[in-house]
Design a binder for this molecule. Structure first.
Ligand SMILES: C[C@](O)(CO)[C@H](O)COP(=O)(O)OP(=O)(O)OC[C@H]1O[C@@H](n2ccc(N)nc2=O)[C@H](O)[C@@H]1O
Ligand SMILES: Nc1ncnc2c1ncn2[C@@H]1O[C@H](COP(=O)(O)OP(=O)(O)OP(=O)(O)O)[C@@H](O)[C@H]1O
Length: 325
């Protein structure tokens, strides 16, 4: 049998406008997503039994992550916020089941998932894991040239999943402009390397719950100015054009996000904003040195319970290592 290994990255929404609500209960979105080097670890082994087995653990340990978040993980108790489903509510299990059905695969998979990307953060953790699971399965069973079918499977698992799929024509794409539900993608080959500080405030937000609070704007803001500034690597103009239409709805549920955004702003991280449906926020730093300095400063200023990371743009689809097991 064969083993595939990869490290799914998270994503940040550098621009997110929501021009309309659709009849199917979703919204038309106009967004620019960039992948960052805050990564999970995924290992998928082909097994003869016709089933999908998943084990998942926090890295380096649930105790260490709980400690950074100010949560109690004593005596093996896993805080609610850090519970990772291992049944078919895990998007990796759902994605592999859809893959087996689509391609009539009789054998199964054993999956080991190492989590670092916070859940309910707006960082696409589950979506990235699912997309990379589809790519691993496609390489193991040599269906990796069926890009249209794989995109269809990804899109059926979730709106953010296709962004993370390996796109054969542009392996090194770090960002994409997405419309539709989020599944219609135009890779942005001219996205510069960007350094961020990302802050996750130990509260998860339900994507559906945040969208439910949204009132679609009378006049949508176009992503054109942001895309032009991004293409020129013009950080100042990017800052002026950046927006996230879900910030207001997320603040209605979690008003304390305002203080977090304020702290990032005060540190000189302009621009800063919510990513996706939240709860994580990010700011753009001048360079990695400034990002490191600001994380050090925020670690003393913010009460325990905020995960802080320096991050930078990376390719959305991470290379997969394959070895015979
Ligand atoms: C907020 C973003 O993360 C921005 O990238 C995405 O729009 C959400 O992507 P996602 O988490 O993959 O969302 P899905 O799992 O497909 O949908 C979860 C729920 O979010 C809402 N949803 C999602 C995407 C979309 N274009 N419109 C929506 O209204 C719907 O209530 C849906 O039932
Ligand atoms: N592979 C996975 N890793 C972590 N959580 C998962 C996974 N699959 C499903 N879940 C469940 O989905 C919930 C949302 O996870 P997550 O926020 O990572 O999803 P996402 O839609 O990819 O990201 P976003 O926060 O941007 O909506 C989690 O709280 C968890 O219950």
């Amino acid at each position: 049998m064969t083993i595939a290994r990869t490290s799914p990255p998270a994503k940040l929404n550098l621009f997110l406008e929501i021009p309309a609500r659709r009849d199917d209960g979703y919204h038309e979105i106009d967004t620019v997503m960039a992948a960052i080097d805050w990564r999970d670890e995924l290992e998928i082994e082909s097994i003869p039994q016709p089933r999908i087995e998943l084990t998942a653990d926090w890295l380096p340990s649930v105790e260490s992550v709980a400690g950074e978040l100010g949560l109690d993980a004593g005596q093996g108790r896993v805080p609610e916020l850090l519970r990772i489903p291992t049944d078919d509510s895990n998007l990796v299990v759902r994605a592999l089941a859809a893959f087996r059905t689509q391609f009539g695969v009789q054998t199964g998979f054993r999956v080991r998932l190492g989590k670092r990307i916070p859940a309910g953060a707006g960082m696409g953790g589950a979506s990235s894991d699912a997309a990379h699971a589809i790519d691993c399965a496609a390489q193991i069973h040599q269906f990796d040239n069926e890009t249209k079918v794989l995109h269809g499977i990804a899109s059926s698992i979730g709106s953010d999943v296709p962004f993370f799929l390996a796109d054969r024509d542009c392996q090194s794409v770090m960002a994409a402009h997405a419309t539709g539900r989020g599944e219609l993608l135009s890779p942005l080959g001219d996205c510069p390397s960007i350094h961020f500080v990302v802050a996750y405030p130990s509260r998860s937000l339900s994507t559906a719950g945040v969208y439910a609070q949204l009132k679609v704007p009378e006049r949508a803001v176009s992503s054109t100015s942001f895309l032009q500034a991004l293409g020129r690597g013009d950080r100042e103009r990017m800052g002026q054009a950046m927006m996230n239409r879900l910030t207001g709805p997320a603040l209605k549920i979690l008003p304390q996000l305002n203080e977090l955004l304020e702290s990032l702003w005060q540190c000189g991280l302009q621009p800063c904003q919510l990513t996706g449906s939240g709860s994580a926020c990010f700011g753009i730093a001048k360079d990695v040195e400034q990002a490191k300095e600001i994380v050090k400063r925020l670690e003393t200023e913010l009460q325990p319970g905020v995960l802080l990371r320096v991050a930078q743009t990376v390719p959305a689809a991470t290379p997969i290592e394959i070895e015979p097991s």
